[in-house]
Structure formats: structure tokens, C-alpha cells
Design a protein. Structure first.
Length: 204
């Protein structure tokens, strides 16, 4: 049985969902310390001006925080900002109108206290929409090393070159602003979903 260890992510990149599909079982890490400027609290989308990073603000503590304890900050209305960015980036994409009602509540009606709960709710939404067959559980303690699993906790990161992941390969697909800026790989799964719709799982 193939097993992958994955971080909790916010609208994770295509690379992440490829792991969910291709591994027999996945463990999603809840007990590591939060690593800043990673997909745990941010995602990359394709805006009219090129790659755009959307970040979720968190409630900062004086000590390092374990992922399961990280709270979302609502000191400013980041939800409205994220939704407006998604609209401006994907309104012209083939499938945005088809899926927008599924995602809008996460930016208008719903508020999650903990980051992992928002990440998981969005992940369940996405898995259901693309009909992705996957099997995953959550860690119950932190382990530095896993002898019988492939560890992607640091490899799936905007700080890591994609070439370091020898198991990741994805052919280019249609992107709305590709004529302006070229194809941008490994964006949020929403980029693939809004541009490819029901074909998303095939591309993974």
C-alpha cells in the first residue's frame, strides 16, 4: 500500500490533489508547527496580472503554534477580498459560473474559528465536486519521520522547486490569461477546476 504524508492546505495546489488521487492512503498532518508562507494558509491563483497569492490572516501567539490550534483572524475582511479576487480572476473562465455557488458561502456566510477546519471543509467540497476517489485520515500525534510513507509536508510548498518532486507531472491546460503571461503551473486546484470542470480529475 502506498502512503503519503501531507500538510493541511488552503485550496491546495494541483500537485497536492494529485497525491490525494494517486496514493492508496494519505495522512494529513495536524500536529506539526505552523510554517509561515506555505500552502497551509495561502494559495496561488491566476489573476489578470499574473500569479496572485491569497493569504489567510491568523491570530498570532507568542509561541510557535501547532496546526490544530491555529485560529483565523477576522480583524479585516479577508473573505471579501479573497472572493473578489477569485471573481476577477475566473469570471471569464469556462466553469466559474457552474461552481461559484458552491464556494461563495465560504466567503460570505461561513466563518471558521480554526484554520484546519476551513481547510478541511473546502477540501471536502472540492473532492466532492471533482468526484475524486481518495482515502485520507488525520494524524493523532507528530512524527518527524515515517519509514513506510512518502513525506510531502515540506516538499509541497511554494518555497520548494517543483523539480524536487519527481512524482509530479501535469500537462498544460487552458488558462484564461495564458495569452498574456503564459501557462502557470501548479496553481490552486480552483484554477484547474474553473478552467477544466468535470475533466479536472482526469488531469490529475
Amino acid at each position: 500500500m502506498s502512503i503519503a504524508i501531507l500538510p493541511s492546505v488552503y485550496l491546495g495546489p494541483v500537485q497536492y490533489y494529485q497525491k490525494l488521487k494517486n496514493y492508496d492512503n494519505c495522512l494529513i498532518e495536524h500536529y506539526e508547527h505552523l510554517t509561515k508562507q506555505t500552502y497551509r494558509s495561502r494559495c496561488d491563483i491566476y489573476s489578470p496580472n499574473g500569479k496572485l497569492t491569497l493569504s489567510i490572516p491568523i491570530v498570532h501567539r507568542n509561541k510557535r503554534q501547532i496546526m490544530k490550534d491555529v485560529r483565523i483572524s477576522y480583524e479585516y475582511n479577508w473573505q471579501t477580498l479573497h472572493w473578489r479576487s477569485l471573481e476577477s480572476s475566473y469570471r471569464r473562465s469556462p466553469f466559474f459560473e457552474y461552481y461559484e455557488d458552491d464556494f461563495r458561502p465560504y466567503y460570505h456566510d461561513k466563518k471558521f474559528e480554526f484554520l484546519i477546519d476551513l481547510n478541511e471543509a473546502l477540501q471536502q467540497e472540492i473532492v466532492g465536486l471533482i468526484k475524486l476517489k481518495c482515502n485520507y485520515q488525520f494524524t493523532k500525534e507528530y512524527q518527524k519521520d515515517y519509514s513506510e510513507a512518502t513525506d510531502y509536508r515540506t516538499l509541497i510548498s511554494p518555497k520548494e522547486p517543483l523539480q524536487n518532486d519527481t512524482h509530479f507531472e501535469l500537462k498544460p491546460y487552458y488558462q484564461v490569461f495564458e495569452p498574456r503571461h503564459g501557462f502557470i503551473e501548479n496553481l490552486s486546484i480552483l484554477d484547474l477546476l474553473f478552467n477544466q470542470g468535470s475533466k479536472t480529475a482526469e488531469y490529475l
